[in-house]
Design a protein around this ligand. Structure first.
Ligand SMILES: Cc1cc2nc3c(=O)[nH]c(=O)nc-3n(C[C@H](O)[C@H](O)[C@H](O)COP(=O)(O)OP(=O)(O)OC[C@H]3O[C@@H](n4cnc5c(N)ncnc54)[C@H](O)[C@@H]3O)c2cc1C
Length: 321
């Protein structure tokens, strides 16, 4: 195994996901005697460049026309060339929406194999093995990737950062890849309105489901979230109903979160929802149905109508401050 590549996005900065990807890459490289290269696509701020430099043996920052903002075709073309130039045997990415869009295609272009949602990556007998949850987290599978390079997107926020900070990688190399004309043109971008930290980085999350019955109760949940300094989230059913923005959706087809506390209110706990919250430290649930699946996944559960709980809980927390 010669070179492990960690792929990072300049736009995202040195967030918890970038630290997790670097941590997974550093440990894999150390255990196999490989070098670790960080490839940052898009302009990197100082924190990201120096954070990557402290962990990786070599850092390449790719910028230039076509890479300022995320464009799947340009990012794919740049990454594919840079991974080939590195003779990468393993390419790690975070499990964000960019990676979910391009990682499998990257593996195909590199003639390798791909696996996603990894909670751990290690090498055995010269092959990369990926550990991931299956059946909505009910079981764990270990998958061996046959073809090299192994392109793996990891549940980065649940993976420990590297403890190798200070190792020092020397110069950061800056490159401007020549990109082919793409058939994709971004017509418009809409920034989601941000109220505090990104959901993926939130430490406390208050999340509501279809059992709330409409958009109005989310106003009550917001008051609770404010007292708890929490971010708001929702199940897909609540988002699909148009009660809250789609960007609040947590789950298999939504955001993957890893807070210290996830409070699920009137959410049944479908496997697709659990896939997005499985990395939470503590899950609490309020549901009036004692048989709701969410109770199999939570640390604390309250069988009760949420309407009897939210107001008094908000008041109690407010007065306790
Ligand atoms: C391919 C695929 C991908 C999917 N991706 C996602 C995803 O990313 N995220 C996601 O969330 N879902 C996803 N889903 C949908 C998922 O299967 C469920 O349909 C969805 O999570 C259900 O949302 P919910 O729990 O809010 O609603 P429901 O399943 O309808 O549950 C509502 C809950 O509220 C409780 N309740 C009702 N009234 C009250 C009350 N007054 N007080 C307390 N509790 C009450 C009920 O007992 C019930 O348990 C996906 C499905 C598919 C097929």
């Amino acid at each position: 195994m010669s070179e492990v590549v960690c792929t990072l996005w300049g736009r995202a900065g040195l967030d918890r996901a970038a630290q997790g990807v670097l941590g997974a890459g550093r440990r894999l490289a150390d255990s196999t005697g490989a070098a670790l290269r960080a490839i940052i696509v898009g302009t990197a701020d100082d924190a990201l460049a120096s954070g990557a430099q402290a962990v990786a043996d070599r850092v390449v920052v790719a910028t230039g026309p076509g890479l300022e903002d995320y464009n799947p075709e340009s990012y794919l073309a740049a990454l594919s060339d840079l991974c080939k130039a590195a003779s990468a045997t393993v390419v790690l990415l975070g499990n964000d929406t960019y990676a979910q869009e391009i990682a499998a295609r990257l593996a195909h272009r590199l003639g390798g194999s791909a696996a996603g949602d990894a909670v751990a990556v290690h090498a055995e007998g010269g092959k990369v093995r990926v550990t991931r949850g299956v059946y909505g987290g009910k079981a764990t599978a270990v998958i061996e990737l046959e073809k090299s390079p192994a392109v793996v997107w990891v549940r980065a926020r649940a993976i420990e950062p590297a403890d190798a900070a200070g190792r020092g990688a020397g110069e950061v190399e800056r490159v401007t890849p020549e990109l082919p004309a793409t058939g994709v043109k971004v017509l418009e971008r809409q920034e989601e309105s941000k109220g505090g930290a990104r959901l993926e980085d939130a430490q406390v999350i208050v999340s509501g489901g279809r059992g709330l019955g409409g958009p109005e109760p989310f106003t009550e949940l917001q008051k609770l979230a404010d007292v708890m300094h929490a971010q708001m989230a929702a199940s897909r059913a609540a988002c699909d109903a148009g009660w809250v923005p789609a960007s609040w959706q947590v789950g298999q087809t939504g955001k993957k979160v890893a807070p210290q506390l996830y409070l699920a209110i009137a959410i049944s706990g479908a496997s697709q929802h659990i896939m997005g919250i499985a990395d939470s430290k503590v899950i609490c649930a309020i549901n009036r149905d004692a048989d709701a699946p969410i109770f199999k996944h939570c640390t604390f559960g309250l069988v009760e109508d949420y309407q009897k709980v939210i107001g008094p809980l908000t008041e109690r927390l407010r007065s306790a401050k």
